[in-house]
Design a protein around this ligand. Structure first.
Ligand SMILES: Nc1ncnc2c1ncn2[C@@H]1O[C@H](COP(=O)(O)OP(=O)(O)O)[C@@H](O)[C@H]1O
Ligand SMILES: [Mg+2]
Length: 235
């Protein structure tokens, strides 16, 4: 496969939620993401941003259209194959950190490793320590999440998302619950890790500052992706 081959491709994907009045969210939407890219997805509340991340992370399936990862159609995989795909290839970060309060920082980061019996725990712990050190939490390994600041907790969530060396990092409003200084720090950290780890980064955000850190921005409008020009982004 050539270097420029897309990592991820949504092609003519439609998605609506059933109900008394069905809610159409995506209308034959297409998006191609190259390995190593960083992409911001913006758009007003309710336009379908979280729906898109759920589809890209295979937490939900499209009604129609295709979703390919390295050329493989993910909509054709079994539930078991999808679970393995998610665990190995995708890291998720949400607005709230979703750390387990009774587990230490190190234990929280190692949780995704437990789901994969083939992983060496010694190797994973070494990677966890290295990454926690990298994000400035090397001295907090045994702390409980309740003893950390909001920004620190989100750093732990970032490391947990990266522990299995995923190809794809999906972040849904990762700075939405943080003060401005912490938000800036998390945004910069995500971009640095995108480069250092070679992980493809897709960030959903309301924040123009965060979007501006990404390589490009697309707006979700009327169920389709519309490119946002760099000069517009700076306004
Ligand atoms: N599970 C669901 N069932 C029914 N409607 C949903 C569900 N999830 C989201 N929606 C609706 O789909 C639309 C898009 O939601 P969402 O993807 O969460 O938007 P965003 O993340 O951009 O705020 C909204 O109108 C929302 O109310
Ligand atoms: Mg959302």
């Amino acid at each position: 496969m050539s270097v420029a081959a897309p990592l991820l491709e949504l092609r003519a994907v439609s998605k609506s939620y059933p109900g008394p009045v069905p809610v159409p969210v995506l209308r034959e939407a297409s998006l191609t993401v190259t390995r190593g890219e960083s992409v911001a997805i913006i758009g007003p509340s309710g336009c379908g941003k979280s729906t898109v991340l759920n589809l890209l992370g295979t937490l939900d399936l499209p009604d129609s259209g295709s979703l390919t990862f390295e050329g493989r159609d993910l909509t054709k995989l079994s539930a078991k194959e999808l679970a393995a795909f998610r665990n190995r290839q995708v890291g998720f970060i949400f607005q709230n950190h979703h750390l387990l309060p009774q587990c230490s920082v190190l234990e929280n980061v190692l949780l995704p490793v437990l789901a994969d019996a083939k992983r060496s725990s010694v190797e994973a712990e070494a990677r966890a320590r290295k990454l926690l050190d990298r994000v400035g939490l090397g001295a907090r390994l045994d702390h409980l999440p309740g003893k950390l600041s909001g920004g620190e907790r989100q750093r732990v969530a970032v490391v947990r998302a990266l522990i299995n060396q995923p190809a794809l990092l999906l972040a849904d409003e990762p700075t939405g619950a943080l003060d401005r200084a912490s938000a800036t720090g998390i945004g910069q950290l995500l971009v640095e890790l995108n480069r250092e780890e070679g992980v493809t980064l897709i960030v959903v955000t309301h924040s123009p500052e965060l979007a501006a850190l990404m390589g490009r921005t697309v707006e979700l409008r009327d169920g389709q992706f519309v490119p946002v020009a760099a000069d517009v982004r700076r306004l």
